[in-house]
Design a protein around this ligand. Structure first.
Ligand code: JHZ
Length: 409
């Protein structure tokens, strides 16, 4: 099995006219948490660099790691983050009320993870999940969500159509950035979707990446950093229509894109396309400037952490997110700076973060041991977490947040 390969053509339009705009060096996989028994074994690491396509403006990784390595045994569980669960509850209601007509309609989710979304739809519609991670799909099945353990391909789409009929809704949250062969995935969607059906997906928006500076969203799982302009290039070329778009406040800001086999685009779509053009998202220079900003944020953060450590302060990390691992590894922040990282995901507790090797522990530790500072590695949930941790803050624990700017609260 080939572990990774270098992309010589744009994955959206096929053009060879691509240029590198950012290089983060060789990095371990952001979700490959290390178990105690593997501490002495070397970790896999791969080049992490970003290319811009001068033809269709798509931003994408220069090297792609084999999906079997990335996703077959996965540590991220949707249900571990309460704000995400609430977000998906609202999406479930929207899907049922606005996009299905009868309980016989089929809703298929690509990258269904632990079944958090579909379990909220299953009593109102027929549902089916598709996810390559066997360990996570098992949890979904326990939650009553039938799941095909596989990548979503044309073959799988045909099989579903044959056995269950066309899908009224296909939903894919935080997976359309992950699939290298995105053109085939869209073709498979077209195969399975009913003529009046909707393909609804959410992806982190590159505009948020650029304006808020959350470069830590860049890791091997995210092959693409989507703009609506590049996505439109893709759907146009496949005879699909982006019927609507909304910016939703999850993972910073994400695009929720509605795609159909027929119909017209809403005014919101053309407004959004223009907004991105005005922001410079279809220009290479924008990404070169962004890449320089990462270095200045790095200096500010390292100076702050260094000063605190010299003053003898104890610092823990909060939330062992995948993005946190990009930041820790690129900025070379290790266990000498952060004693522990607390995380609510059971499967991450007792492991060590990839690369930096910082112990991940249950938040229960905070009942016995309080740090002076907690470094928030899930800045996307800052508001909710600061509110949730009121007691901790009243006890004097301060939070360090690095995105969009380095600050202490
Ligand atoms: P969170 C994930 O990235 C993975 P990550 C994936 N690759 C992807 O594409 C993006 O999402 C979009 C914990 N936590 O959601 C739970 C607490 O401990 O920012 C999670 O481990 N306490 C699919 O991993 C982590 O933090 C809390 O109160 O960067 C958050 O990870 C909360 C709210 C979370 O995504």
């Amino acid at each position: 099995m080939e572990t990774h390969y270098q992309k010589l053509n744009c994955g959206i339009c096929g053009s060879p006219n691509i240029d590198q705009v950012l290089d983060l060096g060789s990095m371990p996989l952001a979700n490959a948490f290390v178990h105690e028994e593997d501490l002495l074994s070397p970790e896999l690491s791969f080049p992490l660099a970003v290319n811009f396509c001068n033809n269709c403006s798509a931003l994408q990784l220069s090297h792609v790691v084999n999906g079997e390595i990335l996703f077959k045994n996965y540590h991220y569980e949707t249900s571990a983050s309460r704000p995400l669960v609430e977000h998906l509850q609202a999406l479930a209601d929207e899907i049922v009320k606005k996009h299905t007509e009868s309980p016989d309609d089929l809703v298929v989710e690509i990258g269904s993870n632990d079944g958090t979304l579909l379990s909220r739809i299953k009593d109102r519609s027929r549902v089916l999940g598709v996810d390559p991670a066997e360990n996570i799909a098992k949890i979904a099945s326990k939650n009553g969500v039938p799941t095909i353990v596989d990548f979503f391909t044309r073959k799988v789409a045909k099989r579903i159509k044959l056995e269950m009929g066309e899908a009224r809704v296909i939903v894919a949250n935080n997976v359309m950035a992950h699939m290298d062969d995105i053109r085939s995935v869209f073709s498979a969607v077209k195969e399975l979707l009913s003529p009046k059906g909707k393909f609804i997906f959410e992806v982190h928006w590159v505009g948020n990446l650029i304006t808020k500076g959350g470069f830590d969203q860049i890791y091997h799982e995210h092959v693409y950093y989507h703009s609506l302009n590049a996505l439109k290039f893709l759907t146009d070329s496949l005879g699909l229509v982006i019927t609507d778009v909304a910016l939703v406040p999850i993972h910073g800001e994400s695009l929720r894109v509605y795609v159909g086999r027929e119909g017209a685009s809403s005014q919101a779509v053309s407004n959004f396309l223009n907004r991105e053009i005005e922001m410079g998202l279809i220009k290479k220079e924008t990404y070169l400037t962004f890449s320089k900003k990462i270095e200045s944020n790095k200096n500010k953060l390292l100076q702050l952490l260094d000063g605190l450590k010299k003053d003898g302060k104890k610092i823990f990390g909060y939330g062992a997110s995948a993005k946190g691992n990009t930041l820790l590894n690129y900025f070379k922040i290790g266990p000498k700076v952060l004693d522990y990282i607390t995380d609510t995901t059971k499967a991450k507790q007792g492991t060590y973060t990839p690369g930096a090797r910082i112990p991940v522990v249950s938040p229960e530790i905070l009942k016995n041991e309080l740090p002076d500072y907690m470094f928030l590695l899930s800045w996307n949930y800052a508001d909710v977490i600061l509110e949730k941790e009121k007691d901790l803050r009243e006890k004097g624990v301060k939070f360090i947040i690095a995105v969009p700017e380095v600050r202490i609260v």
